[in-house]
Every structure is written in structure tokens, then in C-alpha cells.
Design a protein around this ligand. Sequence first.
Ligand code: TMP
Ligand code: ASP
Length: 238
Amino acid sequence: MQKKDELYRGKAKTVFHTDDENLLILEFRNDTSAFDGEKIEQLDRKGEVNNKFNHFIMNHLEQAGIKTQVNALISDTESVVKKLDMIPVECVVRNVAAGSLCRRLGVEEGLTLNPPTFEFFLKNDALHDPMINDYHIVSFGWATEDQINTMKSLTFKVNEVLTALFDQGDMILVDYKLEFGVDVDGNIVLGDEFTPDGCRLWDKETRNKMDKDRFRQGLGSVVETYIEVAGRLGLDLN
Ligand code: TMP
Ligand code: ASP
């Protein structure tokens, strides 16, 4: 397969066309961004670590019966993915209160949410990814009611699968963000990425942060900690 021109450059990944109109190449860069692009730094090896981590998680989800866009790893920092028509909303599930939930609702970080809660955000950096509801999504034509229900149930299915996986590695999956798209057959498919950049993971014993909060809060050892997360899941990225 041949890599063609750039389709889209995001804050941490670049998407390229290929000579197959149904396949794209996703390149994970070392760029690490927080606060809607206000803080950006290059972290050595982060592209490689996230590319391999994402491939590992997406394969695990496929094995659990969840359709994903991931097709194959083709280099340290690149993967081939199925082309999707991306839905511009972010689906967030929270098992434990952290981040913007604490700021918005004044709850203490670390409160267990039973049952887990779900939020939609609009993917729009200029507007700081505002929280939206189902009615906004339908009124603005971003997705249909059926697609909304499918995204919610898939996001919760991912929660079951990944909560168990991280628990085996003595980690708590605090919260995470997923993005979905529509494939050529009209199916809702999990796209974008699942890496420590887009979720919160705490050590079960110490509650140490093992995700992008290390970068947001200047705690250091960002990539080293991502490598440790992978290692605890049985993926050696050293
Ligand atoms: P939040 O606490 O900032 O709302 O984020 C909740 C979770 O979703 C957290 O794991 C980070 C992830 N997330 C992203 O990765 N990108 C985003 O644009 C948003 C809004 C959340
Ligand atoms: N992913 C968003 C950004 O890069 C938000 C965040 O992670 O803080 O700015």
C-alpha cells in the first residue's frame, strides 16, 4: 500500500490518504497537547508508544466483539485504519470523579460513580469542547437518535472490557473519551485512539496518576509511565 497526501493534521496525529480509498494511515507524533492545544510539547518516543498501545487495546476490543477502525501496524509510529466518516462528538464515561466533572459540579476527585456516568462533548477546540446533550446532536444533524444509542451502548461495553483489563494490571480506569465514525456499510465503528492520552488511569494501591494528567499537571515521567501501563497489561514497549 502507498501512503499518499495528508488528509488531516490533528494535535497529536496526522491522517494520510492511501492508494486504497477505504484505508487511511494514522501517524502518531511525539506532540503532546493539553488544554485544547494551549500546552504542547514533544515527548521522546510518545508517538511510538501510543501507536503500539492503541493497536494492542483496539485488538483487545475487537476480540471482545467491538468493531474498531484499526487494521494493521505498519511502522513504529504508523497504523493502517479503515476510513470512517467521523461523528464530531466525544463520548466520555466516568467511573470515578476527576477532571472537568469536579470543576463543573464541585465534587471531590476520587468519588466513585455508581453507576458510571456518561457525557457528550462537541469536538471543537476553539469552543473548548463544550458539553452537549443528545438533543443538540440530533438538532444539528451530527448523529441520529439510533446512532446516539449505539455510541452509548458501545462506550459502556468498552467500559466493561477495559475496566477488567486495567484491573488485572492493578489500575483503575477512572474515565476515558471515545470517538466513533460510520463505515462504508453504515456501521458505527470505534475510531481515533485509546491510549493514556485520552483516559485517566490510577494505580489501584497508591492512586498515582498514570495518564496524561502527568503532562497536564507537570508531574514528569510521562512516556515512562505509559510504558509501565503497557507493561502491566503484558505489552513490553521498553
Ligand atoms: P475531562 O475531565 O477533561 O472532561 O476529560 C474526561 C476524560 O476524557 C479524560 O480521560 C480525558 C478525556 N478527554 C480527551 O481525551 N479529550 C477531550 O477533548 C476531552 C473533552 C476529554
Ligand atoms: N486533548 C485535548 C488537548 O489536547 C484536551 C486535553 O487533553 O487536555 O488539548
